[in-house]
Design a protein around this ligand. Structure first.
Ligand code: MD3
Ligand code: FE
Length: 201
């Protein structure tokens, strides 16, 4: 485990290849009942380049009305699928938090997708960490301070890496600047999946 200057805990190679493959199988099962969809930005209705879905009791969504957590898929109207045991186990091992994760946001990046610098503050419980696992192609990830103008550090997140955001890093600005195509053989059609496990509050 490495601790970056802004308090981000990074575990390169947290999941071995077999565990990554098992997790992809679990994600595919989730996506069968809760398909990836393209959210839109509040106000502007501009589409995200990242496609998303969720599992667990609550899921993060964005549309013209704003950002929020809700219990059902915005396209199918169905409740989000249950959190797979594999994800619950990762939360238990890495979060250091006494209760289970409530939400897992599943982000899918194709080779052109990116995510602008932002803070995660749609949860009410900032005491709980955010735990992230990356699968598939490598990305260039950037994390800064708790103000948008703060200094940022960039590093490459690879398939199987875990990141834990707790304490002062929990409200750090962060984003994904680019995907490096064909850097992993994990996903047959390429691209990158990021899973973020959270307590909502
Ligand atoms: C740093 N996802 O879903 S994961 C997000 O790779 C999000 O898909 C990115 O940002 C992705 O909101 C980054 C790592 C991560 C997650 C939450 C953080 C880094 C964070 C919260 C605070 C600081
Ligand atoms: Fe985020």
């Amino acid at each position: 485990m490495q601790v970056l200057p802004n308090g981000v805990h990074w575990i390169p190679g947290y999941l071995d290849r077999a565990a990554q493959e098992a997790l992809v199988a679990d994600v595919r099962q989730v996506v069968e009942s809760a398909p990836l969809y393209r959210p839109t930005m509040p106000r502007t209705a501009k589409p995200f380049s990242v496609r998303m879905t969720n599992c667990g009791e609550l899921g993060w969504v964005s549309d013209k009305g704003g950002y929020r957590y809700q219990a059902d898929h915005p396209v199918t109207g169905k409740p989000w699928p249950a959190m797979p045991e594999s994800l619950k186990a990762i939360w238990r091992e890495l979060s250091g938090y006494p209760t289970d994760a409530q939400a897992c946001l599943i982000n899918y990046y194709d080779e052109g997708a990116k995510m602008g610098l932002h803070q995660d503050r749609d949860e009410t419980d900032f005491d709980a960490p955010v735990v992230s696992v990356s699968l598939g192609d490598t990305c260039l990830f950037r994390v800064g301070e708790t103000t948008r103008s703060g200094r940022t550090t960039s590093f490459k997140l690879k398939s199987g890496d875990a990141v834990i955001l707790s304490g002062r890093s929990r409200l750090a600005f962060h984003g994904v600047d680019r995907i490096y195509p064909s850097t992993s053989t994990l996903l047959k059609r390429g691209g990158r999946i990021n899973l973020t496990l959270r307590r909502v509050g």
